[in-house]
Each structure stands twice: as structure tokens, then as C-alpha cells.
Ligand binder design. Structure first.
Ligand code: ITT
Length: 204
């Protein structure tokens, strides 16, 4: 069966496909590349869960297929939880080529933390995973990964803020981990493994 993932972030599709396949969900995930006419969904909610549900509902309605969505981001302790739901848009360069936009977002956070010592550089990745089925059944769950932000980027895997994020108890950034290593501990891994259980219950 096919499930549409309500994302234009091409890095999310393989990450989430691997997590769901690992959780035993037998479905092919497709991103929004196949739906170029679908209008962008404004992410107007103040919470990750609210925005994930907005995206999944819009795509379920547009496609008539079961839809999943990921709304995620980085909460930085010393920035009072920012950029949070604004993580993709933090540098104001949303819509540019994804590598450059990711780098601009990361550099801005590093600038903002320039005077913050390592012991106060705690942060967490958060992921809300939502599902909406054609019969209207819906749900949303969250996963969190605690860690801290180092002063300069390390590693070329992953995306977004991965090159500066070191999970608690680890010495490498999530950009220095394989996809499987990251998924085993990540906010996204936790959220989508929970979601897979939930979707099974609903589907009976
Ligand atoms: P869609 O809304 O189309 O899914 P998006 O990238 O705009 O794509 P979000 O609004 O959920 O998605 O923003 C997520 C941002 O949070 C992402 O662009 C990264 O900057 C950051 N982020 C989320 N998960 C991350 C991860 O696993 N590693 C590094 N950065 C992450």
C-alpha cells in the first residue's frame, strides 16, 4: 500500500521510510514530489503536533490516501526553546536550496550561542508524527532527543542542525552517525515507532 508523507523536505522521506519499515509497517512512502500542484500548507500552529496534524489533514484531503506528516525542530535551552516550530525558517531563507538554507539556520544558532559556555548549551530535537486516514481517523505522537550544541559543525550525514547536535551520552554529532544509528535514538525514530504501533491498533 502507499502512504503519502506530507513533506517537501526530501531528507525526511528515506529517514521515515527506514524507521517504519524497521517497525514492520509494510507500506511505500511517497513525498509530495509526485503532487506538484498541491498548495503549500501554512504552518500556523504554535506547536509541533498542531502543525503536523495540519499538514497530514491537508494531504489526506488532497490525495484521498492515508497521510503522515512530520513537524520537527530544535529547542535550544539558552534561547528559551527557540527556534522550535520556526526551525526551518529561522534564518529567513526558507525556500532556498535545502543545503544552503540548513547551513544558514545552523550558522545563525551558532552566532546566537557564541557567548554561551558549553555547560549551558543544552538543546533538544523534537518530532511530532501525525497520521490521518481516509475515514477521518487521526492521531499524533511526539518524540524527543536531548543533547547539546557544539561550537562548530562536524559530519556530513543527516540534515538541518545535525552537524552541531551531540545527543546525551554520545561523543559524536548526529551528522557523524549512520542513518541506522541516528534512527535508533532520534526524536523522529521515537515518534514514528510510536506512530506505527498506533496506526496498527487503528487498522486492527
Ligand atoms: P516539511 O514541512 O515540508 O516537512 P520542513 O523541513 O520545512 O519540511 P519542518 O517545518 O518540520 O519541516 O522543519 C524541520 C526543521 O527542523 C528542519 O528543516 C531542520 O532545520 C530541523 N530538524 C528537524 N529534524 C531534524 C533532524 O533530525 N536533524 C537536524 N535538524 C532537524
Amino acid at each position: 500500500s502507499t502512504i503519502v508523507l506530507a513533506t517537501r523536505n526530501t531528507k525526511k522521506v528515506p529517514e521515515i521510510q527506514a524507521i517504519l519499515t524497521g517497525a514492520g509497517l509494510d507500506a511505500e512512502l511517497v513525498g509530495l514530489d509526485g503532487y506538484p500542484g498541491m498548495p503549500a500548507v501554512p504552518e500556523t500552529e504554535p506547536t509541533f503536533s498542531g502543525n503536523a496534524l495540519l499538514k497530514a489533514r491537508a494531504v489526506a484531503q488532497y490525495t484521498g490516501l492515508p497521510a503522515l506528516a512530520d513537524d520537527s525542530g530544535l529547542r535550544v535551552d539558552a534561547l528559551n526553546g527557540m527556534p522550535g516550530v520556526l526551525s526551518a525558517r529561522w534564518s529567513g531563507r526558507f525556500g532556498e536550496q535545502s543545503g544552503e538554507m540548513d547551513r544558514a539556520n545552523l550558522e545563525l544558532v551558532l552566532d546566537q550561542l557564541a557567548d554561551t559556555p558549553q555547560e549551558r548549551r543544552g538543546a533538544e530535537f523534537v518530532c511530532a508524527a501525525a497520521f490521518v486516514l481516509p475515514n477521518g481517523t487521526e492521531g499524533v505522537v511526539e518524540g524527543v532527543l536531548r543533547g547539546s550544541l557544539i561550537g562548530e559543525p562536524h559530519g556530513g550525514e543527516g540534515f538541518g542542525y545535525d552537524p552541531i547536535f551531540v545527543p546525551e551520552g554520545e561523543s559524536r554529532t548526529t551528522a557523524e552517525m549512520s542513518a541506522a544509528e541516528k534512527n535508533a535514538i532520534s526524536h523522529r525514530g521515537r515518534a514514528f515507532r510510536l506512530l506505527a504501533e498506533r496506526v496498527w491498533e487503528v487498522l486492527g
